[in-house]
Design a protein around this ligand. Structure first.
Ligand SMILES: [Zn+2]
Length: 85
């Protein structure tokens, strides 16, 4: 086996029969990898992209309760279509 420099592996053109597509945790296509270049290519991506968020991450990210649409703040349902005058 020949040794390939890591910078070459970043752009490794994998043999089709020996490679596969890698997707992130949300099913978004990242790149094609093989056993030779997988570590290098996937090393560029953050762990949460590859594996998704853990429960701890979700707890930190979750939005507060005020995400309701702003039109709710106006209260009435009868003012939206009568502003023509
Ligand atoms: Zn490869």
């Amino acid at each position: 086996m020949s040794t390939i420099h890591p910078t070459e592996l970043e752009r490794h053109e994998c043999e089709l029969g020996e490679s596969w597509r890698e997707y992130d945790a949300q099913g978004i296509y990242l790149c094609r990898v093989c056993t030779e270049c997988k570590e290098i290519k996937l090393g560029k991506y953050r762990k949460v992209i590859l594996e998704g968020y853990s429960q701890v991450d979700v707890d930190e990210i979750i939005e507060p309760d005020d995400y309701m649409p702003s039109w709710r703040c106006y209260g009435g349902t009868n003012t939206v279509y009568t502003s023509g005058n």
